[in-house]
Design a protein around this ligand. Structure first.
Ligand code: NAP
Length: 278
């Protein structure tokens, strides 16, 4: 039997103990990608994952892994959470427009030495038959509607509807997952409560029945809400598209399977933080 020095033996013991311990993972969620990753990681004993939600919807979809809700308190709060919870790796699966959370994630991971992977969802690309007007902010979108009253379909988060109060002459229909506080909304705004995904035929019917002239949208990318873009194209409608913000990222991943593959590398690379005493 070959001799083994104490360092090698200790290393082997540490490695086998590490193999028995699950990698503690924090997933920043609120998107279809985060839910897909949660489904894939649930029940995989190699990982001990928690999904974090901002708390924008009061009744989020049930998730198959532990969930926490609400902000961390900026970079300091997130760094403290990573240390206190002995998080070994983080996956940022927030929405392409959630740039503040991603900025905080990159900074907190750099400060604590936590590996970070980030979902990068490609934007929709404008085709020659699309009539997009690209604007930098929601307020600029409201102002771009112009002086003449128009029938406008707003496909944004409920917290962004108040921006349209600066242009009250238009007829607005806004689709939201849950109703906003009515106090700051433009007077003529009607709400349509619905949660995607939506299909193209239904989107075309809605835009036609409501005699919509302009769609206001973010360039979310992905398939869940693309039907409205196909519908506006078919109907020759104008879209006021709010430009994507700069969203800082760690190691880029495009799917839940790619995120799992990246986490597997972290498993092989390091003993969990909980064993390193960090
Ligand atoms: P944000 O502006 O990047 O984040 C603002 C703050 O919310 C963060 O600093 C953080 O607070 C907290 N936060 C955000 N995501 C969190 C998470 N997963 N877990 C814990 N805390 C979180 O992002 P946002 O306010 O959520 O949204 C920004 C834009 O993205 C909006 O335009 C929104 O409509 C859009 N969005 C769309 C979807 C969608 O599925 N359609 C989902 C989410 C967001 P602390 O600094 O206190 O940690």
């Amino acid at each position: 039997m070959p001799m083994m020095d104490s360092h090698g033996l200790a290393g082997q013991v540490a490695r086998s103990t590490a193999m028995a311990k699950a990698l503690r993972v924090l997933i920043l969620g609120g998107t279809t990608e985060a839910s897909a990753l949660a489904r894939l990681i649930a029940g995989d004993a190699r990982f001990d994952a928690t999904l974090s939600l901002a708390g924008r919807t009061s009744a989020p979809k049930a998730q198959p892994i532990a969930t926490r809700v609400g902000g961390f308190g900026g970079v300091d709060g997130l760094a403290q959470y990573l240390r206190e919870q002995s998080i070994d790796a983080m996956v940022d699966a927030t929405h392409p427009y959630a740039d503040q959370m991603s900025t905080n994630a990159v900074a907190a991971c750099a400060r604590t030495g936590t590996p970070l992977a980030s979902f990068v969802r490609p934007p929709w690309t404008q085709r020659t038959d699309d009539r997009w007007q690209i604007v930098p902010t929601t307020t600029k979108a409201a102002l771009a509607l112009g002086a003449e009253p128009r029938r406008v379909f707003i496909s944004l988060g409920r917290q962004e509807l108040q921006a349209f109060a600066v242009a009250p002459r238009h007829h607005y229909l806004a689709r939201v997952i849950e109703p906003p506080d009515a106090a700051s909304l433009p007077p003529g705004l009607r709400l349509l409560q619905a949660r995607g995904p939506f299909d193209r035929a239904a989107e075309e019917r809605l835009l036609t029945d409501e005699r919509i002239e302009v769609l206001v949208s973010k360039n979310a990318g992905g398939s869940a809400t693309y039907a409205k873009i196909e519908a506006e194209r078919a109907l020759g409608m104008t879209v006021i598209m709010i430009a994507r913000p700069h969203k800082p990222a760690g190691h880029a991943v495009k799917s839940a399977h790619a995120a799992i593959a990246w986490l597997e590398q972290r498993l092989h690379e390091t003993a969990p933080r909980s064993l390193r005493g960090v």
